[in-house]
Design a protein around this ligand. Sequence first.
Ligand code: SAH
Ligand code: CA
Length: 235
Amino acid sequence: MASLSNFDDCKGLLQSQELYEYVLETAVYPREPEVLKELRAITANHPKSLMATAPDAGQQIALLLKMINAKKTIEIGVFTGYSLLLTALTIPQDGKITAIDMNKDTYEMGLPVIKKAAVEHKINFIQSLALTVLDELLENHENRGSFDFAFVDADKVNYQKYHERLWQLLKVGGIIVYDNTLWFGTVAMPEESTKEELKPGRLHTIEFNRFLAADNRFQISQVPLGDGITICRRL
Ligand code: SAH
Ligand code: CA
């Protein structure tokens, strides 16, 4: 897993590498903005580059942002900023992203590209544990029911806690996208055939997926793009 330098070397969840490449080459790369390609290239040098959002999942996120005309968004888990830059490029000039990561160094790796794309003014980067920031946002009642969109891509163990807070921050009709909800396909594998380093995430993901399926505050769709994303629309 760690040896994969980027998604070109990985078939995602599809049946074959050829099929995944077909999707990327046909539908995704020809439309991927130059700055996102640049950010992907910079990120490829990072030992944890596989954490970056898959470009096919990114394309879906951009489509959702446009469909709901999202202006005010939250990003939990920035890393080098692929999904952040994608969001910043997609929302309007006066849109705002509250972007949270406990690590600022990786954000700064991608920052020159964000500046070059002239979208830094849409980003409020906060270096912190995500839960702390969400609780602070909730303290100000004006924030409740005010966000159009959230992308969650940080520590899987806290997804359910993020969900409870995001539910309150989101508008009715607003969307949360959770990343990695199929966890390298391990959710459907027996525990004993799962790689050791994937086992904890597998259990958290299985539990979270079960929880979401029963949460009638949201309309949901599990999409097998990238490493699996779940789209949740607040009812
Ligand atoms: N969306 C990013 C990938 C995020 S990777 C992209 O498209 O590239 C996950 C990120 O979550 C890492 O940068 C990590 O520092 C951050 N993270 C993990 N746990 C966190 C927490 N509890 N609070 C805030 N950030 C966290
Ligand atoms: Ca991810």
